[in-house]
Design a protein around this ligand. Structure first.
Ligand SMILES: NC(=O)c1ccc[n+]([C@@H]2O[C@H](COP(=O)([O-])OP(=O)(O)OC[C@H]3O[C@@H](n4cnc5c(N)ncnc54)[C@H](O)[C@@H]3O)[C@@H](O)[C@H]2O)c1
Length: 398
């Protein structure tokens, strides 16, 4: 298993729990040492017990160097660089590091979210250095769809899409996943499997953008968007999602760019959705600033603004690419007096977190950015201005 992060480590541990020998490879010595001690370096329920068990039993060991194996899985990062172009350098270096260890009959599977054609690029990289392996190894793509926080369950239970560079590769990869996946395994080719992952997340992004665009239109039209959506969704074939502060995390906010960068002419809705969801966050910042300036005019002093929720979605502590965090940080950077509230975190090194109890006494403007459950029933004095960008104060009527 190349890469022992949020995807690679649980996958390696699950495979090892089926009594298959797994070597987990990571470039980080810290990660490798932690795992070899039977401990974990990421937050994921039930993962620590599983890793401890399989390391102790000897089925999982970590190393900074790959060894010769029957099956190679690659789950390294695939971020984007300037101009939203995919950065495949981690995948390329992981592939290069296994080339000398490859033997006839080996199966190489890419799991990292990747632009269409990446699996074929892997094939080119391998055969350039090892022409002796042409027609002798299997290469496939199998994207990951797990939800952080529920990874162990979903790794086993979710359906998977598996696409080889040829039919033999698809069949070999399906045979391998049957060892540990209970969900259905759907066969296709590598390009379709690559596109499938990108399309799943782009589809979510487009639907969220529709809701976010509606929220800005309704603000101008003086219509309550939450009530509007509730009413529209009474139609038997309409299902509008909830608007929010923007779109964050490391998947939905990233993957659509892999389509846009490769198909710039054709991907008009997908690009617009990305832009709308990013713009929504800036729009929220402007709205808060306007409310703060009005407060200053009315009261002759600057407002204390409570930013409620910093995570990228409700009821988690994950701040990666979080639009809510961006709003709070930007307001503070621009000189506003901001309190940071995140009930899912005990502390955050960069800022002092304010507890929910303290918010009521200290605040002039409360800005709801993430629909955490703690915020729903919170009592708020009538003289405090409320800006609700995630509908958390409307949810009880849903
Ligand atoms: N985390 C998720 O929820 C999720 C869901 C679906 C898909 N994905 C995709 O899975 C892939 C991996 O994501 P992640 O969240 O596990 O990333 P991560 O950053 O948590 O872990 C990646 C690991 O790979 C290691 N690494 C980097 N280069 C390496 C190399 N050359 N050899 C060996 N190890 C190397 C890093 O040190 C790191 O520990 C990405 O493409 C991501 O888009 C992630």
């Amino acid at each position: 298993m190349m890469g022992l992060g949020y995807i690679g480590l649980p996958t390696a541990a699950l495979i090892a729990s089926k009594k298959l020998n797994v070597t987990g490879v990571d470039i980080s010595h810290r990660v490798v040492n932690t795992i070899n001690e039977g401990k974990i370096h990421i937050v994921e329920p039930d993962l620590d017990g599983l890793v401890h068990h399989v390391v102790k039993q000897g089925y999982l060991q970590a190393s900074t160097k790959p060894i010769a194996a029957d099956v190679y899985l690659i789950a390294v990062p695939t971020p984007f660089k300037e101009n939203h172009m995919p950065d495949l350098s981690f995948v390329e270096s992981a592939v290069k590091s296994i080339i000398t260890t490859l033997q006839k009959g080996a199966l190489v599977i890419l799991e990292s979210t990747s632009p269409v054609g990446t699996t074929h690029k892997i094939q080119e990289i391998i055969f350039k250095e090892r022409p002796d392996l042409k027609g002798e190894i299997y290469i496939a793509y199998c994207p990951e769809r797990v939800l952080p926080g529920n990874v162990i369950y979903e790794l086993e239970q979710n359906d998977r899409v598996i696409g080889g560079i040829d039919e033999a590769s698809t069949e070999k990869a399906v045979w391998f996943y049957k060892h540990f996946v209970k969900g259905e395994l759907h066969k296709t080719n590598s390009q379709t499997a690559e596109m499938c992952k990108l399309v799943e997340n782009s589809s979510r992004d487009v639907q969220i953008a529709f809701a976010n665009e509606l929220s800005m239109i309704c603000d101008k039209a003086n219509i309550d968007v939450w009530k509007l959506i509730r009413l529209a969704n009474k139609h038997p074939r309409v299902n509008i999602l909830q608007p929010g502060t923007g779109v964050g995390g490391h998947c939905i906010a990233v993957d659509p760019w892999f389509i846009v960068s490769e198909f710039p002419e054709e991907s008009k809705i997908i690009r617009s959705a990305r832009e709308i969801n990013n713009y929504k966050t800036e729009w929220v910042i402007e709205k808060v600033k306007n409310a703060a300036l009005q407060f200053k005019i009315d009261n002759g002093r600057g407002a204390v603004i409570s930013c409620m929720g910093l995570a990228f979605k409700p009821n988690i502590d994950d701040l990666r690419e979080s639009p809510a965090l961006h709003v709070a940080e930007q307001l503070q950077k621009d000189g506003f007096n901001v309190l940071f509230i995140e009930p899912n975190l005990n502390k955050y090194p960069k800022y002092n977190l304010t507890s929910l109890n303290d918010v009521r006494e200290k605040t002039d403007i409360i800005v709801f950015l993430v629909a955490h459950k703690e915020f729903m029933a919170m009592e708020i004095d009538g003289n405090i201005k409320i800006l609700d960008f995630c509908g958390v104060r409307n949810q009880s009527q849903n």
